[in-house]
Structures are given as structure tokens and as C-alpha cells.
Design a protein around this ligand. Structure first.
Ligand code: ADP
Length: 191
């Protein structure tokens, strides 16, 4: 089993790249953002509780996403591993993931960090707002908050990956295919 963490600020292309990487390497794509949006769409109790937090660009409580991920890992049997997209987003989530994987005889094998500058991110998010239908894409102050939350709470997780010796930085600017090629080159060093 291989476990790959896909990292990068909002709008860096993690979701797009994770989907195609998951197909190519037979990994289960685990996006906590997608899972939370599914709760919202199904109007569950959890979805209703998380809606305001997500709309403001803040992070939902660590336990919520940790439980979702644990449940998915335990119900998967037919995959070569997992690609985590948008999780872990805090050092506490990273520690919980490491413990969860160790308990199941796995580890974090690689962390891929997509690097994209703030101006390019803003441009991409404004374009995405026209098609995504996501409330958190539609408002510039919410987008700015998401980038700020990323820098404050999520970037420290990259340092965690560096210390573990699994962090690889990847240029996230270029065509989708070019970036995909760069990511594959890294993944192929561990399979
Ligand atoms: P983005 O494109 O901003 O990276 P995501 O789809 O990954 O978007 O996440 C959307 C929102 O869902 C976040 O702004 C946050 O409120 C919530 N969320 C997603 N994943 C996590 C997580 N691991 N921890 C806390 N909140 C999360």
C-alpha cells in the first residue's frame, strides 16, 4: 500500500491532479472537502453543523475529518493505497493520520506540495467560481481567508513532512498535463 499526501493552497490544482493520479496508480482518492460537501448536499446533521464554517473559509474541527478518513480507510480493500487531498490540514490531523496508518501497518510514503503564487491562485479561483457553484469560491474575502488559513495552519504540516523525509515540492504552474507528468515522476520513485 502506498499513501500519498497531496498538498498545496486552495486553487493549486490538488483536486484535479489527485483524481487522475488515483486512476493511474489505483489509489483511493480521499478528499475531505468533497466528503464535507457531500454531507452538505445530503443535508445531514453533520453537513448542517459544518456549513457556516465552510462558507467562511475556516477549518472544520479536526475530529470531524479524522473520523471521516478513518472510516474510509477501514472500508477499503481493493486499492493499492490512498491519495489524501485536503487532509491533513493541521499538524494535529497529520499526527492523527500517522497514528492511524501505523496502527494498520502503513505509513505516509510521500507528500507532494504544489507550489503556486498568490496572484495566480486568486486568478484561478475567480475562474473556478464561475463553474464550481461553491459558495466559498464566490466571495473574494472568503478566498483570501482560505489562503491565509492555509499559510497559518496547513503550511506547518509541510515542515512535518520535511522532518519525516517525505516532502517533495513540485512546480504547480504549467499545463495540467505538464504538472501531472511532474507528479508522476515523483510517485514513480516509490512504486
Ligand atoms: P480548497 O479548494 O479550498 O482546498 P477543499 O475542498 O479542500 O477546498 O475544502 C473546502 C472547505 O472544507 C475548507 O475551506 C474547510 O472549511 C473544509 N475542510 C476540508 N478539508 C478539511 C480538513 N482536513 N480540515 C478542516 N476543514 C476542512
Amino acid at each position: 500500500m502506498i499513501n500519498v499526501l497531496m498538498f498545496g493552497p486552495p486553487g493549486s490544482g490538488k483536486g484535479t491532479q489527485s483524481v487522475t493520479l488515483a486512476e493511474k496508480y489505483n489509489l483511493l482518492h480521499l478528499s475531505t472537502g468533497d466528503m464535507l460537501r457531500a454531507e452538505l448536499a445530503a443535508n445531514t446533521d453533520l453537513g448542517r453543523k459544518m456549513a457556516a464554517i465552510m462558507a467562511s473559509g475556516e477549518l472544520v474541527p479536526d475530529e470531524v475529518v479524522i473520523d471521516m478518513i478513518a472510516h474510509k480507510i477501514d472500508s477499503t480493500t481493493d486499492k493499492a493505497g490512498f491519495i489524501f487531498d485536503g487532509f491533513p490540514r493541521t499538524v494535529q490531523q497529520a499526527e492523527a493520520l500517522q497514528t492511524m496508518l501505523e496502527g494498520r501497518k502503513m505509513k505516509i510514503d510521500m507528500m507532494l506540495v504544489l507550489e503556486v503564487g498568490d496572484t495566480e491562485l486568486m486568478d484561478r479561483m475567480k475562474k473556478r467560481a464561475l463553474v464550481s457553484g461553491r459558495a466559498d469560491d464566490a466571495d473574494e474575502s472568503v478566498i483570501n481567508n482560505r489562503i491565509a488559513v492555509y499559510r497559518a495552519k496547513t503550511e506547518p504540516v509541510i515542515e512535518y513532512g520535511r522532518r519525516a523525509g517525505v516532502c517533495h515540492q513540485v512546480d504547480g504552474v504549467g499545463s495540467i498535463d505538464e504538472i501531472f507528468g511532474r507528479l508522476c515522476n515523483h510517485i514513480e520513485t516509490i512504486i
